[in-house]
Design a protein around this ligand. Sequence first.
Ligand code: NAP
Length: 162
Amino acid sequence: MEIVLVAIVGRNGVIGADGDQPWHFRCDLQHFKAITRGHPVIMGRRTFAAIGRPLPQRTNIILSRDPAFVAEGVEVAADAETALARAQAAAGGEQVMILGGGAVYRLFLPRAHRVELTEVDDAPPGDTTFPALGDDWRETARDEAEEDGYRLTFRTLTRRDG
Ligand SMILES: NC(=O)c1ccc[n+]([C@@H]2O[C@H](COP(=O)([O-])OP(=O)(O)OC[C@H]3O[C@@H](n4cnc5c(N)ncnc54)[C@H](OP(=O)(O)O)[C@@H]3O)[C@@H](O)[C@H]2O)c1
């Protein structure tokens, strides 16, 4: 199963502030939908709270250590292994989309195969960051867009072999 991290990030690494994302761009939403459609998704309990509902037409797996946590229309997993096993068993499980937030990106980055990063030419204040990627990654696709006066770069990063 291919493990894919999907995130939108400022040039200062910020991905979140006060439980929400710093930006909401229409073009990024389209890009997100195109990448994630048809595949199971894994996200942290806080990110799920920010979205407020399951993403439609796919298996939503929420990571939480709270045995009492339940929510309609989602599966709950208490650790990464359980979450990945559920994703692999789900429809479209040849790929799994890791949707954050900061804690969950850090949890899955060491075993990720691909990162779909939308970089925003902005450095907003925030309390949550994307982990440093290091030298293991090479860019395999790149596209650019502009919305509301912000420059966005859509980058596909693939882990180098070996
Ligand atoms: N820019 C982006 O692309 C993007 C994407 C997603 C989210 N965000 C932002 O990121 C922020 C949220 O990130 P966050 O780091 O605070 O929270 P998070 O990663 O969304 O969720 C953290 C929660 O996930 C559960 N969890 C984490 N690691 C676990 C593990 N190893 N095993 C079991 N459960 C685990 C815990 O839930 P319990 O407390 O229930 O145990 C933990 O409190 C928000 O501001 C959000 O808007 C940004």
